[in-house]
Each structure stands twice: as structure tokens, then as C-alpha cells.
Design a protein around this ligand. Structure first.
Ligand SMILES: [Zn+2]
Length: 391
């Protein structure tokens, strides 16, 4: 009997695994993976000032190729539970729709991967023609310091080497088959701080108003695009997110003005090249006046998995099951793929993202069945097995 992704997703949704709680979700996966023949490791990571987090790494097979299936079992809080049509941790199914926090982000996709792997193994003598691993964290929605970022070097230290990875984040805007993510923009935060000389508004010559200078610098920084975009990316973009003077008076020129900004950048830039560009524009606009930019540390670099045989394999599996040719996209925020890309090529494909993090997060059970068929095709093709799953 084929594995049932709807039943698996239902069980996962009943685990209240709001970050940093494990909620029984990792234990549920552990039990199934052990009985399927995986060697399962549960690893708790710690960090001063952050909650301890449970993670899971499981592998079956010893040979190559080695396909990594990555994801997270933690979920964002449900918000006001009274506003949910179905309780957020009940896994209710109504009219072909499964409700619950994590239905699309991303317990549903984990259930589909699990079902696809169980079926693939059942059809191939319980062993892959290579290796399959699950890398599942409980720390993606939170500060994400005790999850994938630590799990990958932990695995590498054990000698684990991956050839390709599929991350199951919800990637489709409206329908299953819309979109595969083959890269993500980088993200960099900075603060612009302009200091002047405090004084009386009626005697501006005796003061140096930092507001004039910060306005000029902000305008100069935003005046031109940071680049024109690239083959697979939109232009890099800088957005100011806050401007602060904090002046309660009406007659004092303030001593300091601050602004915060975020940059989402493409593969035409590095963090270093962006910093140099922004600082040069600011310097020119400041005309010798004092300013400084403080850059937050960032572990969110841009990455791109170039279209090639692996991207094609995933895309064709999606097209065959859904009848839609997925767009190869690099849009959206950052994901754990920013860490995985340092270990192997990674693509992201999961469910429809329209309800993620919302009240009444839900997934059509038909989508769970179709996503399982897609993952199954990927596995069968990847390991050169005949495709047994129905289209
Ligand atoms: Zn997610």
C-alpha cells in the first residue's frame, strides 16, 4: 500500500512545534525513518542567549549519488487561536482541505517527501541506488542559530557529502507547479548615522543640522539603481526602513540623525562591493560633513543554482505531474538554502505559499498527493529507477 502523505501531514500538524518547541514532530519523523531503515541522529544545538533546539539527520544507503532532503518542523505561532476556523494544531480535514499551522510551511512538504521516499524504497528493495538523507531542523522560523547553520557542518565533520539538495519551502504563489526557486538574493542591513552640532533653531549658523545632511545622503544613496539586474535576478534594491531623530522639541537643532536600511542584492554584487558603492555615494553627498555607516553582520549571501541537469530533472517532474512548466525564480526572502548552497547545489520546491504564517493556514489534500508524486518522480529519475508512480 502506498504511503499516505495526507495522514502523515495530519500527524505532523498535531505536533505543537512552535519554535523552539520540538512538539513531538522530530520524534514522529524519527520513528518512521528508523522503521524504514534509516540511521537516525537527533542532535541538540545550543547557543548562549538562545533556546536549545532539537534537530534530526537521517541517512539510508552508503553509495553515491547522495540526495539531501531538507526542511524544518518548527512553525510560527498561530496568533489568536479563536480566529481559526479549525484549531491550529488539530490537523482537521474539511472538504478536501487540511488545516493547521505548518500545513504549507512546511510540514505538508515534509510529509510528501517522507511518503515519496517510503514508496520509492518499497518499489526498489528497501534500498536506494545511492543515498537519501533527511536534514530536518526545529530552528528555521526563529533566530535560526541552532538549526541548519550548525547541522550542515556537523554532518560534514562526520564525512557526509551531498550531491544535490531539495528544500521543501512553499514556493508556488497560486498553484502547485508555478515556481521553483533556484537561488535567493542576499540580504544586508545597515545604519546611517549623521552627527552635527546641536543648537538653537533661530541661530542655525551656530549649529550644524544633521537632518539636512542625512536627507541629502539618503537621496543620493537611493537616486540610482544599485545595478540593472542579471540573467536570473531582479535589480538589487535598497530600502530605508526607518529614519530617527528623536527630537521632542520645536526649537532645538538636534545633534544626530539616524536611518536604517536593508539591501536585497543579486549576483552582480558581494557584500563588500555593496558596502563600497553605498559608502561612495554617501561620501559624495556628505561633501566633507560627518557621517558613518554601521553594517550588521550578515550570513545571507546571494546564491544561484545554475539551470542544468538537476534543475531540469526537478522541473520536468513538476511539469509531468502538474501540466505546468515552473518558472525558475530567485524572488522572495532568504531561506536555509543560503546555508545549504555552501555544501551542494540546492533547489527549493514545495507547496502553495498563499496561506503561510496566516490564520487558517491550509493545504488542499490533492496538492499533497501531487507533490508526493513530484518528489517520487525526482527520486526515481535521480536514482535511475523506472518511474512507478502514477502521473
Ligand atoms: Zn518555512
Amino acid at each position: 500500500m502506498p504511503a499516505d502523505p495526507v495522514a502523515l501531514a495530519h500527524e505532523l500538524l498535531r505536533c505543537p512545534s512552535v519554535t523552539p518547541q520540538e512538539g513531538g514532530a522530530i520524534s514522529f519523523l524519527e520513528k518512521i525513518l528508523i522503521s524504514a531503515g534509516f540511521a537516525v541522529h537527533r542532535i541538540v544545538f545550543s547557543e548562549p542567549g538562545a533556546d536549545d533546539i532539537e534537530n534530526l539527520y537521517a541517512r539510508i544507503g552508503t553509495a553515491g549519488p547522495h540526495l539531501l532532503l531538507a526542511g524544518h518542523t518548527d512553525v510560527v505561532p498561530p496568533g489568536d487561536e479563536a480566529r481559526w476556523r479549525h484549531p491550529p494544531f488539530a490537523g482537521d480535514i474539511a472538504d478536501g482541505v487540511l488545516f493547521g499551522r505548518g500545513a504549507v510551511d512546511m510540514k505538508g512538504a515534509i510529509a510528501c517527501k517522507l511518503a515519496a521516499v517510503l514508496d520509492h524504497l518499497a518499489a526498489n528493495g528497501s534500498q536506494p541506488k545511492g543515498s537519501i538523507s533527511f536534514l530536518i531542523t526545529g530552528d528555521e522560523e526563529g533566530v535560526a542559530v541552532n538549526g541548519t547553520v550548525k547541522l550542515l557542518p556537523w554532518a560534514a565533520a562526520r564525512g557526509e557529502k551531498f550531491d544535490h539538495c531539495i528544500l521543501g519551502e512553499p514556493t508556488n504563489p497560486t498553484q502547485l507547479g508555478d515556481m521553483v526557486k533556484i537561488g535567493r538574493r542576499g540580504s544586508l542591513n545597515g545604519s546611517l548615522i549623521v552627527t552635527g552640532t546641536q543648537g538653537h533653531v533661530a541661530y542655525p549658523a551656530l549649529a550644524d543640522n544633521p537632518v539636512r545632511r542625512i536627507v541629502a545622503i539618503m537621496a543620493a544613496v537611493m537616486a540610482e539603481p544599485l545595478d540593472a539586474g542579471s540573467t536570473h535576478f531582479d535589480p538589487s534594491n535598497l530600502e530605508f526602513t526607518s529614519v530617527d531623530v528623536g527630537n521632542k522639541t520645536v526649537n532645538v537643532i538636534p545633534p544626530e540623525a539616524r536611518a536604517r536600511f536593508n539591501i536585497r542584492f543579486n549576483d552582480r554584487h558581494t557584500q563588500a562591493s555593496l558596502k563600497a558603492l553605498v559608502e561612495a555615494r554617501a561620501r559624495a553627498a556628505a561633501q566633507g560633513g560627518h557621517f558613518r555607516i554601521e553594517w550588521d553582520p550578515s550570513n545571507a549571501d546571494v546564491f544561484l543554482t545554475k539551470p542544468g541537469p538537476f534543475v531540469e530533472l526537478v522541473s520536468s517532474a513538476i511539469a509531468e505531474v502538474t501540466g505546468r512548466q515552473p518558472e525558475l525564480s530567485t524572488t522572495g526572502g532568504t531561506s536555509d538554502a543560503r546555508f545549504i548552497k555552501d555544501y551542494c547545489p540546492v533547489v527549493e520546491f514545495g507547496l502553495v505559499n498563499a496561506t503561510m504564517h496566516k490564520i487558517d493556514e491550509n493545504v488542499a489534500t490533492d496538492d499533497l498527493v501531487a507533490l508526493t508524486a513530484i518528489y517520487r518522480r525526482v527520486l526515481d529519475r535521480y536514482f535511475n529507477c523506472p518511474i512507478n508512480s502514477p502521473p
